[in-house]
Write a protein that binds this ligand. Structure first.
Ligand code: PEP
Ligand code: MG
Length: 326
């Protein structure tokens, strides 16, 4: 099994009926680049940028951020790297950003909210990502977007940063990197059609989308048994977001844990996803499953699953389908 998974690196992720599926890697640290390349990832679908800020007593300046991200972009050698701007709050950054700790960090001043409240920090990060785009294609991804207005504000700030860099004659990628949003807050999923009007791409973060939809703290063991991405409410939000992206003609991927679970691959393909991003260790198993799936069949099965309202029944239907594939 292990040897055959290894050989999968050489074969493309295509369904039985010949549709190409794009498999990208999620990364938290530049040190993961070797595993990303070894797994045959076609790009980095999610580079969590918190590593730039961790284990230090000061904020990294623009130049430092460029140098820390540059090895990842260079190693990907022309394949796109999707850099997500800071997805943390005062609980992680403490006194560096004014120190007040939200009573409930998951719902507090974090991610894009923190970036819009500390524009200097956000500008430095955007400038660094734009500059690292000189070494290979990058995309910019905003975490925890709740409203189109946040994206509009972020784009305005990015435009200002671009003008400043142009004035200083800093080489920038042409065209400029796409600016996309995480769909991981239920309100964003429900307003996905409005967001798709302003966004260049969507990345669906099923970890937080599940947490916020079901009101279950993903870090709390005492409620872990209630955390279920197959809850029909979560699936409907995912489906609606995917369809909104397709209607608007923008790329959409799934980058939460669901994307790396081969049991869920037939459902995600059946819902219309053609791009998934996952921890690189999961790429071979997901690719193996993709090569067993026929899209027509997957769409028909997904429709049946989406008409169910019981998560256990949904899981059973999915298991039946997977058993028929294997
Ligand atoms: C998610 O929420 O699904 C996601 C991919 O982001 P993170 O796990 O970093 O919150
Ligand atoms: Mg998230």
């Amino acid at each position: 099994q292990r040897r055959s998974l290894g050989r999968l690196r050489e074969v493309p992720a295509v369904t039985r009926d010949g549709c190409r599926i794009h498999l990208n890697a999620n990364m938290e640290l530049p040190a993961e680049i070797d595993a990303t390349l070894a797994a045959g990832a076609e790009g980095v679908g999610l580079l969590r940028s918190e590593f730039l800020f961790m284990n230090r007593d000061d904020l990294p300046d623009e130049d430092e951020q460029v140098e820390l991200m540059r090895p990842v972009v260079e190693a990907m050698d022309g394949r796109p790297v999707t850099v997500r701007t800071l997805d943390a709050g005062g609980d992680k950054l403490g006194s560096l950003v004014g120190g007040r700790i939200s009573p409930n960090p998951a719902l507090g001043l974090r991610a894009i909210r923190l970036s819009l409240a500390h524009v200097d920090l956000f500008e430095a990060q955007l400038a660094a990502i734009l500059r690292v785009g000189a070494y290979g294609p990058v995309r910019i991804l905003l975490p925890m977007i709740g409203t189109p207005e946040e994206l509009v504000q972020a784009r305005r700030i990015m435009d200002q940063v671009v003008r400043r860099l142009h004035r200083k004659r800093v080489p920038l990628p042409d065209p400029l990197p796409p600016l996309g949003v995480m769909i991981e807050v239920p309100g964003a999923a429900l307003a996905a059609d409005a967001l798709a009007y302003h966004a260049d791409f969507f990345a669906i973060g099923t970890n937080d989308l599940t947490q916020y939809t079901l009101a279950i703290d993903r870090s709390d063991d005492t409620v872990a048994h209630l955390y279920n991405p197959l809850h029909p409410a979560v699936l409907r939000l995912i489906q609606f977001s995917c369809e909104a992206a397709h209607r608007a003609g923008i790329p959409v991927s799934v980058c939460g844990e669901m994307a790396g679970d081969p049991r869920l691959t037939p459902l995600l393909l059946g819902l219309g996803f053609r791009e998934l991003s996952m921890s690189s260790t999961n790429i071979p198993r997901v690719k193996h499953r993709i090569r067993q799936i026929g899209l027509h069949d997957a769409a028909r099965r997904a429709m049946a699953i989406m008409s169910e309202w019981d998560a256990a029944r949904i899981g059973a239907l999915l298991d039946d389908y997977n058993a028929a594939l294997a």
